[in-house]
Every structure is written in C-alpha cells, then in structure tokens.
Ligand binder design. Sequence first.
Ligand SMILES: C[S@@+](CC[C@H](N)C(=O)[O-])C[C@H]1O[C@@H](n2cnc3c(N)ncnc32)[C@H](O)[C@@H]1O
Length: 231
Amino acid sequence: MSDRYGEHRHGGVSSPNTVMEEPALLEELGPAEGLDVLDLGCGDADLGRILLEAGCRSYLGVDGSAAMVERARSRLRDTGGRVERADMEEFTAPPGGFDLVVSRMALHYVDDVAPVLASARRWLRPGGRVVFTVPHPVLTCNDTSEGTGGPRREWVVDGYFDTGPRRRVWMGEPVTWYHRTVEDHVRALHGAGFALTALRECAPARELFGAKEQEYARRRRVPLFLLIAGA
Ligand SMILES: C[S@@+](CC[C@H](N)C(=O)[O-])C[C@H]1O[C@@H](n2cnc3c(N)ncnc32)[C@H](O)[C@@H]1O
C-alpha cells in the first residue's frame, strides 16, 4: 500500500471505503467480542485495530508486502494483535483455529481464489464465517487504467464475462487485478463448502456525508464494492 493509497483509504468522507465499504463490512461482521480473527491481505491492519478495540479475542493479519507488515505491526504495537508476512496462497495454519476469516479489498490480487477459500474453510471452527470485500465487478471488468485524477463523470462496463487479469495503474503504481463476475464469487464460495449468508453492494451510508449532498449523490451512481459472506 503506497502512501497515496493510505491517504485515499483513510481520507474521511472523500474515501469511498469509509462511506461505502466499511459501514457495510462492520455491520456484516457484527459483534467482535470473543472472536479469533484471521485477516488475509491485512494491509496496515486498520481493521485489526477496530476489531481488537471491539473486543475480539485474537487478531492475526497476513500480508504479502514487507512494507505493509511493518506498518501493520506498528499500528498494532500496543495491542495483542499479530501480523505475519506471507502470500495468502502460501499461508498455513492449523485447522479450526478461527471464528472469522476476513479479507478486505485483497482477493482481487489473487488469480485463483478457490484454494484460498478452501483453506479458509479448514481454518474455521464449526459455525465460523468468511467475509470478504472486493472492488465491484462492474469496476474491474473494463480494461482501462487510472482516470484523469478528477472525480469520474462516467463509467464503462465492458468485457464483463471475460474474466481474468487486468493490468492497470492504480494509485500511481502498476498492479494486476483479477476480474471475476458476481457469479464467479458465489460459485467459488460454494465450491469451498460455504453457504452464502450475505451479498452486499455497499451503498453509501447517508449519515456519514453530513451536508455533502453532491458527494452523496455521486456515490449513489455506481457500485464500487462487493461484499460476500459465507458460513
Ligand atoms: C488494497 S490493499 C487492502 C489492505 C487492507 N485489507 C485494507 O482494507 O486496508 C491490498 C492488500 O493486499 C495485500 N496483498 C495482495 N496480494 C496478496 C497476497 N497474494 N497475499 C497476501 N497479501 C496480499 C497487499 O500487500 C495489500 O496490503
């Protein structure tokens, strides 16, 4: 995560994560008390901090980037939260050690999510849940790069059923995202042995916009995030 991403991600009302993805995610996660949580692609472990403050019993973040692991460890320094550096495809853990496997805006960096979700299933105790967010497939389908820098006025949905890699410049850095349809996500969840318990498109939370009517209207135009949960 670049500094630019950090600013974007924690940018208050101007960050779509803050006003769209996070409210839906936290509502979906529900009470954290007593949960053992594994966070795949944890980034700076912002979510870890939130869940630990909400009383989760343990938090383990996993991220493939050494720089992010360093940031995450620093963010969790005064907590019991732990962070490991590993690609989620390679990460291993004993079966049945977690109540919640969460992955926030990271699975779109993974080519094949089936083994990751199958592992998540094994790492969960009976009754455990998986919850993840990804960029909405209407955003990942079109093979375009970054916009002009200003607020977008139009979006193109194209190549929707041509799933696979999309190379683009995002937050000033070249990245490869993997586009999957909504159906692909649900099929992968089912394939790993989960039942779908929630599918959300993270509509903007009106109460977080205050008097910023235009920003609220802008955020109501296009779905930016997809949330999927299974148990
Ligand atoms: C967009 S950031 C999201 C970070 C954090 N979950 C959040 O919501 O702020 C994606 C994160 O996934 C990590 N990541 C990407 N591919 C990964 C992989 N295969 N295994 C583990 N981490 C990965 C990146 O290093 C980055 O920190």
